[in-house]
Design a protein around this ligand. Structure first.
Ligand SMILES: Nc1nc2c(ncn2[C@@H]2O[C@H](COP(=O)(O)OP(=O)(O)OP(=O)(O)O)[C@@H](O)[C@H]2O)c(=O)[nH]1
Length: 322
């Protein structure tokens, strides 16, 4: 029996990993994907953002980081996938933005059970051309994600422009001389042949990564010093107040707030509004309608450093219709 190819998708918070999942699903209509999502946060938002795939094909590993605390859970999901005769012929794993993919990669290279059933196809790293230089200086985990990958998508070139993109490309090349680098917008490279290349060659990549491990003892083991807080409420939010608060909040906290994701219940709007921010970039799109009788609820995840939870929660409560 042939082994199931596995593609690991890594990249820092908000770089375009979920966008890539959606691109892969639409670019490979004949593939039957199983998707493992590892979300950093107690509530699950990412699976609502992956489109055109049945929910039963998405497996969530929540509230932890796949590289540190979730390897056992990953193992159980993989075992269940195999033993339940689930119909799939390619496995995509999206790691959290703060994950060092080294741990899970090691499982696919060395674990006898996993190696018997799965074959590592590629490790794809998304890099945000607008802010990668800044993050590289602050977060060692991004260097590791780049170092360990064999395909790098330099994303958001529409926002970054040529000069910034070239600078980031040069920084990536310094970290990883083996990976293929492709520039793209919304995680769609011109050449979309990202799957079934079986390009991953651990012997090339590992030497450099081992060196990095030694230099990274200072990072917090479980979350790399990055925290998340979740907020839910069934009281509708005021669109105008929310927009004004968000704008100011992100500008004042641009060094500490990395990512916000939300599914919002707004006053007077009969559909979900999907809110996404990456540093100071904000995007709001219209999601699915609220069904009759369905519990309408806003769910927001905020990810960053030294979150002032009490103040943020108080601010969010002020954004409801009173
Ligand atoms: N302008 C622009 N926006 C982009 C591009 N790629 C992604 N985005 C937006 O950036 C935000 C984050 O994209 P995602 O695909 O959710 O990023 P992610 O890496 O999955 O995020 P996390 O899993 O939360 O770390 C979304 O609002 C996307 O629509 C791009 O190339 N250009």
């Amino acid at each position: 029996m042939s082994k199931i190819p596995v593609t690991i998708i890594t990249g820092f918070l908000g770089t375009g990993k979920t966008s890539l999942l959606n691109q892969l699903i639409s670019s490979y209509p004949d593939k039957k994907f199983a998707i493992i999502e590892n979300e950093f946060g107690e509530i699950n938002i990412d699976s609502e953002l992956v489109t055109n795939i049945k929910n039963e094909n998405i497996f969530e590993l929540s509230n932890g980081c796949i590289c540190c605390s979730l390897n056992d859970e990953l193992y159980v999901v993989l075992q269940n996938l195999i033993q339940s005769n689930h119909q799939f012929n390619h496995l995509l794993i999206e790691t959290t933005g703060i994950a060092d993919p080294g741990g899970i990669l090691a499982s696919f290279i060395t674990d006898p059970f996993i190696k018997k059933e799965f074959e590592l196809d590629a490790v794809i790293c998304l890099v945000d051309a607008t802010n990668a230089s800044h993050i590289l200086n602050k977060e060692i985990v991004l260097t590791k994600q780049i170092a360990i990958s064999d395909q790098i998508l330099l994303n958001k070139t529409d926002l970054a422009g040529r000069e910034k993109t070239n600078l980031v490309r040069a920084e990536i090349e310094k970290i990883n001389q083996f990976a293929k680098i492709e520039e793209c917008v919304f995680a769609k490279p011109k050449n979309m042949n990202l799957l079934d290349s079986f390009s991953y060659d651990p012997s090339k990549i590992y030497q450099f990564v081992l060196g990095l491990e030694i230099n990274s003892n200072s990072t917090n083991e479980l979350t790399h010093g990055i925290e998340n807080m979740c907020y839910t409420s069934t009281i509708p939010m005021d669109q105008m107040k929310l927009g004004m608060w968000l704008d100011a909040f992100l500008k004042f906290n641009q060094d500490s707030i990395y990512r916000i994701k939300g599914i919002l219940y707004l006053q007077g709007v009969d559909k979900r509004i999907i809110l996404q921010s990456v540093h100071t970039q904000i995007q709001a799109t219209v999601g699915k309608s609220w069904e009759t009788g369905e519990l309408k609820e806003s769910k927001i995840v905020i990810i960053g450093k030294q979150l002032n939870r009490k103040v943020i929660e108080r601010n969010l409560k002020e954004l409801h219709i009173h």
